[in-house]
Design a protein around this ligand. Structure first.
Ligand SMILES: [Zn+2]
Length: 183
């Protein structure tokens, strides 16, 4: 076959078209693929249980659009999560795909599933109360000790290992523990 410019352009068009072909995954499959990705700060819960993975949109022009809402603005873990998402999609052959960070509406602890809250507790972190809780819950022995379930607890520090947690101590078992602040 003679290599004409027309032939070349035909091949090029085919290559471009082939790249734009979307992998045959459904929205549910992509959700399920991504739900294995752990929260880098609390590895026992995944990004879907945390309510960070908001939506998977399928678009003819851009392919799969992963809608992600960060738990806290400027949370350094977001870069790790984005990388994990890209790597996981690549490994599982989901293409083309892009990650879109959405800050509005802002993430709230109310988006955490009950499963996530139960896992947090089993991990030793007191799960957040409903976001409507006021700051004075700290003074009223409301936060339950994840070790012995006593409510006789006291806040030691407003900030724990990360800004989204407070440090508490249980007056019964004397164990310190973290409380995931409602937000
Ligand atoms: Zn206790």
């Amino acid at each position: 076959m003679v290599e004409t410019r027309e032939n070349y352009e035909h091949i090029l068009t085919q290559i471009i078209r082939n790249q734009m072909v979307r992998s045959a995954h459904t929205k549910e499959e992509v959700f399920s693929i991504l739900s294995v990705i752990p929260d880098p700060e609390i590895p026992v819960v995944n990004i879907q249980e945390m309510g960070m993975l908001r939506d998977v949109q399928i678009n003819d022009e851009h392919g799969f659009i992963i809608i992600l809402t960060p738990t806290y603005t400027g949370c350094p873990a977001m870069h790790i999560i984005e990388q994990d998402i890209r790597m996981t999609l690549h490994t599982k052959g989901v293409y083309p795909a892009e990650v879109k960070l959405v800050y509005d509406p802002a993430w709230t602890t109310d988006w955490m599933s009950d499963v996530a809250k139960a896992k947090l507790k089993a991990y030793g972190i007191a799960p957040p109360l409903h976001s409507s809780c006021s700051q004075d819950v700290f003074a009223h022995n409301i936060i339950e000790c994840p070790q012995c379930h006593s409510h006789d607890t006291v806040m030691i520090s407003r900030f724990g290992s990360t800004a989204c947690k407070s440090l508490f101590q249980c007056n019964d078992c004397k164990e310190p523990f973290e409380y995931f602040k409602c937000h």
